[in-house]
Design a protein around this ligand. Structure first.
Ligand SMILES: Cc1cc2nc3c(=O)[nH]c(=O)nc-3n(C[C@H](O)[C@H](O)[C@H](O)COP(=O)(O)O)c2cc1C
Length: 355
């Protein structure tokens, strides 16, 4: 079975950690003939199994589960102290005396993978690093297709050599974290069209294009350039089923209502929230931290450390302090149900393919 045979439309709803990809969204997307993905990077093993069961109560169609390939960090007290200092202008502006030390840094990847194997989705997708051959073998033995994320040619080649079933190419336009694991994250700057052009001649796997794809016309363009499917994140953030913070959804819709020239520059990349480069809507936190963003500790330490700040932002509806991950197409979001978005995209795609 190939990934392209799992659904009627060449559209994957991107996994989006942080609450956007609810079981309701994943199931609605799969029921509408595309492939829904559950983001499980921040979920406990038990929650992965429970959410997969929830999805299955809502659909009998295939869906994907996604994980960050990560290891638990070693915590050095000196690194932690200096990271807290770098964030001082932010916590001080809230009137705090300091920043709490997190009790947990990230989930245990091996336990998450065991849970994913129990949940047995049709597809498992991975980002941030490569799997071991034995892990890919376990997934294949369970009948699960493996999708690896690549932001450059070397990564696509490694996933292919390791036995992945498809590659998700992530252009620099993409919202959320960069998946880069070979070379420096700041050097993985290719947009999706250039990345496709570079990887396609070397690939015998289905290529899934991601980054700034918002409209059926964009889908037609990447399919024409050799992609078999697309993975769209930002476009689904303003669907009714996506459970992001209401102020974050409102911010995206506000961008979409502005004139394009103003709104086009609305996102930027930053390491400051999490220690890994990610694209989101520009705000005061990113600007305050811009000068020192290169010095913050790597994911997941910085991510855990800013957790209390982001929780405060959520509680106080403060969009200047939230991480509002979104791609360069943020100003082109549309508000509707997931099923209506898919029907709209498919109609637009057909219109552009017939030209
Ligand atoms: C809010 C948000 C959260 C994301 N979380 C994840 C994630 O958990 N796992 C993952 O592989 N990719 C994640 N991504 C990246 C997507 O897989 C995809 O590369 C990206 O959404 C494509 O660009 P677009 O947002 O312009 O459509 C996230 C993207 C966004 C916008």
């Amino acid at each position: 079975m190939k990934i392209t045979q799992l659904c009627s439309h060449p559209i994957i709803q991107a996994p989006m950690a942080g609450g956007a990809t609810t079981p309701e969204l994943v199931a609605a997307v799969s029921n509408a003939g595309a492939l829904g993905s559950l983001a499980a990077p921040l979920l406990t093993p038990l929650a992965i199994i429970e959410q997969a069961e929830h999805i299955r109560r809502l659909t009998d169609k295939p869906f994907a589960i996604n994980l960050f390939v990560q290891t638990r960090p070693q915590i050095d007290d000196a690194v932690l102290e200096s990271a807290k200092q770098l964030l001082q202008p932010v916590w001080q502006s809230l009137g705090w005396d300091g920043l709490p030390t997190p009790t947990r840094w990230c989930e245990d990847f091996d336990a998450q993978l065991d849970a994913l194997l129990i949940a047995r989705p049709a597809v498992a997708s991975f980002t941030f690093d490569i799997l071991h051959a034995s892990q890919i073998q376990r997934l294949h033995e369970a009948g699960i297709l493996v999708v690896g994320t690549a932001t450059n040619l070397a990564e696509a080649q490694v996933w292919q050599a390791m036995g992945a079933d498809a590659i998700c190419l992530q252009g620099v336009e993409a919202g959320g974290h960069r998946g880069t694991f070979i070379g420096r994250q700041e050097d993985a700057t290719l947009g999706i069209m250039d990345l496709l052009r570079q990887v396609q001649p070397h690939s015998r796997l289905p290529l899934i294009a991601a980054g700034g794809i918002m409209h059926g016309r964009d889908i037609a363009q990447v399919l024409q350039a050799g992609a078999q499917m697309v993975q769209m994140g930002t476009a689904f953030l303003t669907t009714d089923e996506a459970a992001i913070h209401p102020a974050y959804k409102a911010k995206l819709l506000e961008l979409a209502s502005q004139d394009e020239p103003d709104a086009q520059d609305a996102t930027m990349q930053t390491r400051a929230f999490s220690g890994r480069i990610a694209r989101g809507v520009r705000n005061r936190f990113m600007q305050t931290m811009q000068a020192v963003a290169g010095q913050v500790p790597a994911y997941p330490i910085q991510n855990a450390l800013t957790g209390s700040l982001r929780a405060h932002a959520a509680k106080t509806n403060d969009t200047e302090l939230m991480s509002m991950w979104a791609g360069q197409g943020a100003h082109r979001v549309r508000q509707m149900t997931a099923a209506a978005l898919i029907a709209t995209l498919v109609a637009e795609l057909q219109q552009h393919q017939s030209h």
